[in-house]
Design a protein around this ligand. Structure first.
Ligand code: 26A
Length: 344
């Protein structure tokens, strides 16, 4: 029983459809964002079902990352935790996960539906509106069951979607404490600007466990704002996060900021020497005509990066695997990966 990589997140089914800007305006949605659905957004989930070109694909940010990592790694490398309902939507997720060999240890809710994300695509932008439903009911006790805890004990690297901070920070802390105690690697993704904005306290409780923090430029900006850093300079923001207190002082913390087609930035902080190591990594741009949609690009980057770490690659190589897998994923519809399988 290997499963070197253990992931935790919110399993969702994506209802992906192209919309006009006017549709986003009707619900006061930003063109490029990810939010939790408010009661006034609920009609969207009915309306998209009647729209032309609707595609129903497996989603959930960390689940997309888990699928992507398993896509690259040998069989039985990745296990994913989250909460789903007992319905055809969950069956669809399991089917998509099986297509890459991703193993799941779902918590199953008897009378709550599997969560859904309306992925409203407008050109190169995507606005994500999520009804977490069953995904909102994940509990740390699920991880503590002996049949699940054995996966935690067997794991070497943990990947946590920041979106899960809205659900169970306690589950994240449970895994974080285990990783720190056992000197394992703990990776967190900030996931969306609203996480550092509205879930700041939960985030601040979990950051001490993180050896790697991944986010994009708008999440970094939201972090700087909510923490009143008084700077918009990405390197300074990364330095601040990298040097925050750490539960496991045996490993440095590395902060990785992606910036779309701009170079990716990494800042690592070594507590003993009190030194920062800052590096940028160019993205290999893809011809615009080859881009199908960018929904899930960040998840695919995290997948390639994490798979690189699982394989023992260094930081630069792992980031390059991330760039490569993201460029493959944006040539597919939704957060998916191409078949036949490509190799790095
Ligand atoms: C708590 N929220 C809002 C979410 C999400 C989410 N995954 C987990 N929790 N909102 C959107 N997503 C997923 O992000 C992917 C694109 O990066 C979508 O399901 C989509 O597949």
């Amino acid at each position: 029983m290997s499963y070197e990589l253990v992931c935790l997140g919110n399993p969702l089914l994506d209802l992906q459809v192209d919309v006009e800007k006017s549709y986003l305006d009707k619900y006061s949605l930003k063109e490029n964002d990810a939010i939790l659905a408010e009661p006034n957004h609920m009609p969207i989930f009915e309306e998209v079902l009647g729209m032309n070109g609707l595609k129903i694909v497996a989603g959930g940010a960390a689940q997309n990352t888990a699928r992507g990592a398993q896509y690259l790694l040998p069989a039985k490398s990745v296990i994913y935790f989250g909460s789903v309902g007992k319905d055809v939507y969950a069956d669809k997720l399991i089917e998509a996960n099986k297509s890459v060999g991703l193993e799941t240890a779902y918590m199953v809710q008897d009378d709550i539906a599997t969560g859904k994300c309306a992925a409203l695509i407008n050109g190169v932008n995507r606005s994500l509106v999520t009804d977490l439903a069953a995904a909102n009911h994940f509990k740390p006790s699920h991880l503590e069951k002996p049949e699940n805890w054995k996966f935690v004990e067997g794991g070497k690297i943990f990947y946590i979607g920041g979106f899960h901070l809205t659900v169970s920070p306690a589950a994240i802390e449970l895994l974080g404490k285990h990783a720190a105690k056992e000197n394992k690697t703990f990776i967190m993704n900030l996931s969306a600007p609203f996480i550092p904005e509205f879930f700041k306290d939960a985030l601040d409780r979990c950051v001490p466990y993180a050896d790697y923090i991944i986010c994009n430029e708008s999440e970094a900006a939201a972090y700087a704002k909510s923490h009143e850093l008084g700077t918009e300079d990405l390197t300074k923001i990364a330095e601040y996060i990298a040097a925050l207190p750490k539960a496991n002082s045996a490993k440095p913390r590395t902060v990785i900021f992606t910036q779309g087609t701009e170079s990716t930035l990494s800042v690592a902080y070594d507590t003993s020497s009190k030194k920062y190591t800052t590096t940028t990594y160019p993205v290999h741009p893809l011809e615009a005509s080859k881009i199908a949609d960018t929904n899930g690009a960040g998840d695919a980057f995290a997948a390639g990066f994490t798979a690189g770490l699982v394989e023992g690659k260094d930081l630069a190589k792992s980031i390059d695997v991330g760039h490569w897998l993201a460029s493959l994923s944006i040539q597919e519809i939704g957060p998916s990966y191409p078949f036949p399988k490509q190799t790095y």
